[in-house]
Design a protein around this ligand. Structure first.
Ligand code: GDP
Ligand code: MG
Length: 216
């Protein structure tokens, strides 16, 4: 979010949820097709890179599974060839992408969710073609793992959201609501929308025929 003192005329930021998608080694040859599906489902691809993970990097990425029976074969699989990592953005990107890829085990996915991507591109309980972050915290961490230089803007919540609104819109909206109560128009929403357009303090001051063209 913009810091105190930042230029008030700068472009307003829109915060959309982000998630990390990984096209795993077994599905990289379908990457173009999978990216088409990603955009068709309304995700924006903010960043993308193709990398081959070393076993150490794969172990770091999947550290939460260290010690499990399948951990060694998971690391071998994930470092067996290049992967494509993508930062996806959309409203509710994290849960939407998990829903689109489907259950972890591709064999189960084929039975229960035949249209999901793991059913289509995966093979078994391990080779399941795709990864998706499972929470907001994991998404931030995983995006930073693949894109360490990228700046992940925090979504303003709680006090930060309150202070952002207090600084940018509340004073104007309150004035508009006061006028609305005085006028009580038939269509209050449209009336308020028009009032806000008319009274937007950030609106350019030039225009409206109030200036003269100098004769040369
Ligand atoms: P995800 O979040 O749906 O990817 O599932 P998990 O975090 O539980 O597991 C991470 C990855 O480990 C999965 O995507 C699979 O590739 C693999 N994996 C998970 N469970 C198993 C299992 O029981 N056996 C094997 N061989 N691999 C598994
Ligand atoms: Mg997981």
């Amino acid at each position: 979010m913009p810091e105190e003192g930042e230029n008030k005329m700068s472009k307003p930021q829109i915060y959309v949820e982000r998630t990390l998608a990984v096209i795993k080694p077994d599905a990289v040859h379908h990457a173009d097709e999978i990216e088409d599906v990603i955009t068709r489902y309304g995700f924006s691809v903010l960043q993308k890179r193709k990398v081959q993970l070393t076993p150490e990097q794969a172990s770091e990425f999947y550290a939460e599974h260290f010690g499990k029976m399948f951990f060694p074969s998971l690391i071998t699989y994930m470092s067996s060839g290049p992967v494509v990592a993508l930062v996806l953005a959309k409203d509710q990107a994290i849960s939407s992408w998990r829903e689109l890829i489907g259950p972890t085990n591709s064999l189960i996915a084929k039975q229960t969710h035949p249209d999901c991507l793991r059913a289509k591109y995966g093979t078994d309980d391990q080779q399941n073609a795709l990864h998706g972050s499972d929470s907001f915290t994991t998404a931030e961490k995983e995006i930073r793992f693949f894109f360490p230089d990228s700046i992940v803007e925090p979504i303003p919540i709680g006090e930060a959201a309150k202070s952002y609104l207090a600084r940018t819109v509340n004073p104007t909206v309150l004035k508009g609501l006061t006028e609305l109560c005085k006028k009580k128009p038939n269509d209050p929403i449209t009336w308020l929308a028009n009032w806000l357009l008319e009274n937007n303090p950030n609106k350019p001051k030039v225009g409206g025929g109030n200036y003269k063209v100098e004769e040369s």
